[in-house]
Design a protein around this ligand. Structure first.
Ligand code: ADP
Ligand code: MG
Ligand code: MG
Ligand code: MG
Length: 386
């Protein structure tokens, strides 16, 4: 059931993903958190290499004592197929989906680098934020009430029901970091800030609003885990390449979740390196997102949705974006899963304290960045805090 490296070639041949006579090598490339990822490189250079991702019936890092439904691999593969339909440039090609082994085979991306790693090593974002914004815009428009008719949406909602992973998000992103909880940890320099955050009644109310948005808004198909570890970047034939991976948390949910997680992780990368070009790219992400919605708008399926509604909807998405960004900032310094961007600094204290403070401020007063969507005001808020 669980694939081992020695079985991968026989597996790929059995699935018809490579020619029956193919031979080659296999390396495990997953970072070992949730799932397993193998890259199979054929001896024959004419055969393209492939990657196989499998969800074991537990959380990979914790082993069989932490069971988790392997269905997540099929949710991920289905989401990738939908992403490929509307945002093919930013989506790895799926070659095979194996429903019995909860595995799928995809384009090998090992020539690319995980965005968080690239940023930690000093890379610039270049077109990355615009590409991510375009993917979110195109996929969410196409699966929203404006882009998809009610029957298509009903089917999409049903097939992307993802209660287990929703629980993970409710606990580790939208819950534990804001209370005393077993797996939380923080740098000693954050002690006072964390206490203030957890005692602030305004934080509780705004957190409740973000949790409610997560639980109740079925706006569009979202990735659900779109931080800088879910983006791979590099160059092919001299051109920049951006691929969004790992949508195992995909569901029909609030659009601001994806934008907020991405934006928060750009903010964290910017704080790490005091790089204002990273911050400027937040506007590129938002603008590309809006451009994709405006591009789809004339083709909307419901003629009773008017331009006034579109403006209102985009404002609402921005409001949610700031809320999800704020909780992500807090989670990465006071929750369970911290950001290597900060942890690998010689002293993570000052930068982490700054991120916590930003998260707290933004959560309790999202209009601190103005009452209209204004990503440049957010960039300004961050850059004047360091
Ligand atoms: P998980 O759900 O366990 O987080 P990911 O999809 O994020 O799994 O993949 C884990 C790691 O495996 C990535 O950070 C990346 O380094 C590598 N990886 C994922 N997909 C591919 C691929 N198609 N080609 C090459 N490497 C990949
Ligand atoms: Mg991972
Ligand atoms: Mg994952
Ligand atoms: Mg991942």
């Amino acid at each position: 059931m669980v694939l081992e490296p020695a079985e991968i070639w026989a597996y790929l041949i059995g699935r018809g993903s490579v020619p029956a006579t193919a031979t080659g090598t296999v390396r495990e490339v997953g970072d070992g958190n949730m799932n397993r990822v193998f890259v199979a490189v054929p001896d024959d250079p004419a055969i393209p290499s492939v990657a196989v991702k499998q969800a074991p019936p537990w959380i990979q890092k914790l082993g069989p004592s932490a069971p988790m439904s392997p269905e997540r691999a099929l949710i991920e593969a289905r989401a990738l197929r939908t992403f490929a339909e509307y945002a093919p440039r930013q989506t790895p090609t799926i070659l095979d989906v194996d429903e019995t082994r909860f595995a799928f085979t995809m384009e090998d991306l090992s020539d690319l680098t995980v965005l968080r790693t690239a940023l930690n090593d000093g890379a610039e974002l270049g077109r990355t934020s615009a590409e991510v914004g375009e993917l979110i815009g195109r996929v969410t428009f196409a699966t929203s009430v404006a882009g998809a008719d009610p029957r298509v949406r009903a089917a999409l909602i049903a097939e992307s029901v993802n209660p287990l992973l929703a629980e993970v998000t409710l606990q580790y992103l939208l819950g534990d970091p804001f209370v005393e909880a077993e797996h939380n940890h923080h740098h000693p320099a954050l002690e006072d800030g964390v206490k203030r955050l957890r005692a602030d009644p305004a934080v509780r109310t705004e957190l409740a609003a973000v949790r409610a948005a997560f639980g109740a808004k079925a706006q569009a198909l979202v990735h659900g885990d779109l931080h800088s570890g879910s983006v791979m970047v590099g160059h092919r034939d001299g051109e920049p390449v951006v691929r969004v991976i790992d949508p195992e948390f995909a569901m029909v949910g609030p659009i601001g979740l994806d934008l907020g997680l991405y934006v928060a992780n750009v903010v964290i990368a910017a704080v790490r390196s005091r790089n204002s070009a990273h911050l400027a790219s937040i506007a590129e992400c938002w603008d590309a997102f809006c451009a994709a919605w405006r591009e789809g708008w004339p083709t909307r399926v419901d003629p009773l949705l008017d331009d006034g509604w579109l403006l209102r909807e985009l404002r609402d998405v921005w409001h949610d974006t700031l809320g999800f960004a704020a909780v992500e900032l807090v989670r990465r310094v006071a929750g369970y899963s911290h950001a290597s961007d900060l942890e690998t600094l010689p002293d993570p204290g000052p930068a982490s304290a700054l991120v916590l403070d930003l998260g707290h401020k933004l959560l309790v007063d999202r209009e601190i960045c103005g009452s209209r969507p204004d990503p440049r005001a957010l960039a300004h808020l961050v850059s004047t805090s360091w």
